[in-house]
Design a protein around this ligand. Sequence first.
Ligand SMILES: NC(=O)c1ccc[n+]([C@@H]2O[C@H](COP(=O)([O-])OP(=O)(O)OC[C@H]3O[C@@H](n4cnc5c(N)ncnc54)[C@H](OP(=O)(O)O)[C@@H]3O)[C@@H](O)[C@H]2O)c1
Length: 411
Amino acid sequence: MTTATYTLSSFEKPSVVHEEIYEPHDRYIVPDPTRRSSSTQRALLLQAAREQYTLVHDHAIPDPARGEVLVKIVAIGLNPVDWKGPAFNFGIPRLPWINGRDLAGVVVSPTDESSRVQRGDLVLVPSTDYRDIRKAAFQEYAIATAYNAARIPSSQCVYASASLGVAFVASVLALGVSFGIDFSKNFTGQGPDLVRTIRGLNRDNIPADILDETFSCTLPSADRAQPGDWLAIWGASTTTGYITLQLAKLAGLHVICVADVAAHGRKLHGAGADILIDRRDPERAVEIIRGVTGGRLRYAIDFVGRETATLLERTLDGTNGDAKAHLLGLTGLPKERQPGIAYHTVPIKLFHLSPEVGESMVVWLESLLRDGTLRLPEIVRSPGGLGSVNTSLEMLKDGTASGKRVVVDLQ
Ligand SMILES: NC(=O)c1ccc[n+]([C@@H]2O[C@H](COP(=O)([O-])OP(=O)(O)OC[C@H]3O[C@@H](n4cnc5c(N)ncnc54)[C@H](OP(=O)(O)O)[C@@H]3O)[C@@H](O)[C@H]2O)c1
C-alpha cells in the first residue's frame, strides 16, 4: 500500500480562495460521468485514534449494490465530528477507517430510468451511515443510497451544497421528529410530516437505541410544536443552528437565537431570528429568554454542549401538567432530569435506515434548493484536495472558521 502521512508542519494552512454566502449560478463544470480509468482511488485513512489522517493512493473504488449509486466526489464538507471522533476515540467502527460525513459530487454509475437520481446528476449526500466505510466522504468515490442523495439544481453552488447535508438532516429530525413539527403545512415548499411517516413504520425495523425517540412523537400525549410557539436555540451560529432557525421560521415558530451577536447577528437576523441574545453573558441570556417568553417556553435546542443545555433547561416551563416542555441536546444534555421536561437526542440514523424518512427529507431539500428558500451556510473553500483535510480540520478545531463551513475542493 502506498502511503504518505501529512503532519501539520508539512502543510501550510489552506489558503482561502473563496468565501460565499450563496451564489445564483454554478461555477462547477460537470465531468463526463462515464470516464473512470482505474479500479483504485485516493482515500484518507485513519490508522489509529488520536492520529492524523493518512493519504493512500490505492484504495479500492467501492461497487454500488441495488438501490445505491457511485458518486465521484467534487467537494467535501467538514464537520466537527471529523476531528472530534479521532481526537476522543468515538464513531470509529474499526481501524484503519475512512471518515467524512458530507459530500457533493457527480453520479457516475448507471441508474434505472425510473430512479429519481440519474447518472450525471450533481448530488449532495449526508453520509450519516458512518459504519459503512464505502459511504465515507474522505475518498474520491463514495457509495450513496439513492434515497439519501439530493440533486443539486444547476443554478446552485455545489461547494456550499457540500456543507449542508448533515446539518439539514439533524435539523429536520430534531424539529420534525423530536418536536413533531408538521412541515407539510403553513409555508411554501411543502415538506414532510414525519410523524405521519413514522406512524407507518414497522417498529421491529428501528434499532432499540432510537426506538423511544422515534416513536414518542406518535403518542396521543405528544406535544407537537405549532406555529406561534417559541423556540430557543443556543449556538444558533453553528451550521446546524442556522439551518434549524430557517426551518423553524418556515414552520411559523418564533425563534430566539443565542450566539455571538456582533459576529453573527446580521446573518441570523437575515435568516429570520425574532430575538438575538449575545452568548457572552449566559446568565443574562437565561433571564432574557425567560422574560421574552413570559416564563412559558416549551421548546429549546442546544448545539453547544452539556453546560449550555443546562442553562437552556432553566428557561423551560415544565409546570403545565401533561403538556411537557422539550429540550433537545445535539452534543449533550443536563446530568439531572427535571420533572415536566422531556429530554431528546436526534435519531440521526433514521435518515439512512428508513427509505420513507430519508426520501421524504431529500425530496424536500431538493425543492428548498430549487426555490432558493434555504440560505446555504457560508463556506471557506480549501483547494488542497484530500491532502489538505488534516490542516482544514485545524480551522474547525481552533475556531478560525467561526460560523463558516470548511469545504475541501477535490478538483
Ligand atoms: N448528533 C449528531 O448527529 C449531530 C449532527 C450534527 C451536529 N452535531 C453536533 O452539533 C454541534 C454543532 O455542529 P455544527 O456542525 O453545526 O457546528 P459548527 O458549524 O462547526 O459550529 C461552529 C459555531 O459554533 C459556535 N460556538 C462555539 N462555542 C459556542 C458557545 N459556547 N456558544 C454559542 N456558540 C458557540 C461558534 O460561534 P463563534 O463564532 O461565536 O465562536 C461557531 O459559529 C457539534 O458539536 C456537532 O458535533 C451532532
